[in-house]
Design a protein around this ligand. Structure first.
Ligand code: SF4
Length: 312
């Protein structure tokens, strides 16, 4: 290694003489564009194979909103397709019906899938549930992201099923996972904190996987930039009112002052889950909703509960 590589504040990659594009603060390593791409894709591949998230012949429905995480997810899986055992991909976009936001992201999703040659299908809340999100929320007491999350999961399940998919991949990154841990702790929601959602999600008949859950948001954005796929898109107008938005700000500050905070939160959750799983082997079972026949944790699924509540 050249002397310049070990100087504090060096702008060079820790592994070669190219300029660094990212500083991994947790381990104080700098990576150039090539090393970032190789490291990130390699990490996702190792994670997916290590967790047995993919099997030979898997058909993966990739949830593609058109935003940065889902775009990076499709790019990484498309890149890894050659080295993973015989997987096929279908990109699935859910149009929730959010005016002034969804139009641009759907356009980005459509263009990305076309550029990669990945089959792409779009389903909408209006088509599946008879109403778009904006309209549901005008009459609803529910929190926008809760309503949206419940319906979007079902929409994805339906689209993946129609495509004949054997897995659903979502773009949750490491920051998202850490935010979920802290949100569940602050809400006192032990069930959600302990629930193992991949695979064996009790709200999905099709196993769900989160291939980017070891990748930070900063890495996702830098990956898109260096691969030339970054697009500056509007944020969902409902996002700023969500608890997640505030948690994100808190964790961003903590991660900056104490690198590794997010990863440590996830480790704590995983360790608690291992203990709980050993005590309760019924956790995470998927039932059939008696009203719609869809996946459910109880007798009636959250989609039916939510939609029948909306109509009363
Ligand atoms: Fe849905 Fe909330 Fe995400 Fe907007 S921010 S797309 S309402 S989950």
């Amino acid at each position: 290694m050249a002397d310049r590589d070990i100087l504090p504040g060096s702008p060079w990659c820790s592994y070669c003489t190219r300029p660094a594009v990212i500083l991994e603060r947790e381990c104080n390593v700098r990576l150039c564009d090539d090393h970032l791409v190789t490291d990130l894709e390699g990490r996702v591949r190792t994670y997916m194979l290590g967790k047995r998230f993919v099997s030979p012949g898997d058909h993966i429905a990739v949830a593609l909103s058109g935003g940065k995480d889902s775009s990076a997810l499709l790019l990484v899986l498309h890149q890894l397709k050659a080295t993973l055992p015989g997987i096929t991909l279908t990109a699935v976009t859910v149009d929730e019906g959010i005016a002034g936001y969804r139009e641009e992201t759907i356009d980005a999703a459509t263009k990305l899938a076309a550029r990669l040659g990945v089959p792409h299908q779009t389903v909408s809340f209006a088509g599946l549930f008879g109403e778009d999100l904006d309209s549901i929320l005008r009459r609803s007491q529910g929190r926008p992201c809760t309503v949206c999350g419940v319906l979007r999961r079902r929409a994805l399940e339906i689209a993946a099923n129609d495509a004949g998919a054997t897995k659903i991949a979502t773009g949750h990154n490491l920051d998202d996972e850490a935010q979920s841990v802290l949100m569940n702790v602050l809400r006192g929601d032990k069930d959600r904190l302990m629930r193992v959602s991949t695979p064996g999600d009790p709200t999905s008949f099709i196993p769900r996987i989160k291939p980017l859950s070891t990748v930070t948001e900063k890495e996702v954005v830098t990956y898109l930039l260096v691969r030339g796929f970054f697009r500056d898109l509007p944020e969902c107008p409902y996002a700023s009112g969500a608890l997640r938005h505030e948690i994100k700000g808190i964790l961003t500050d903590l991660e900056f002052k104490w690198p590794g905070t997010c990863r440590a939160l996830i480790r704590s959750r995983d360790s608690m889950r291992r203990t709980t799983a050993a005590q309760d082997d019924t956790a995470g079972r998927c039932h059939t909703c008696r009203m719609c026949g869809g996946p459910s944790r109880g007798e009636v699924c959250r989609v039916c509960t939510l939609l029948s509540y909306q109509k009363t």
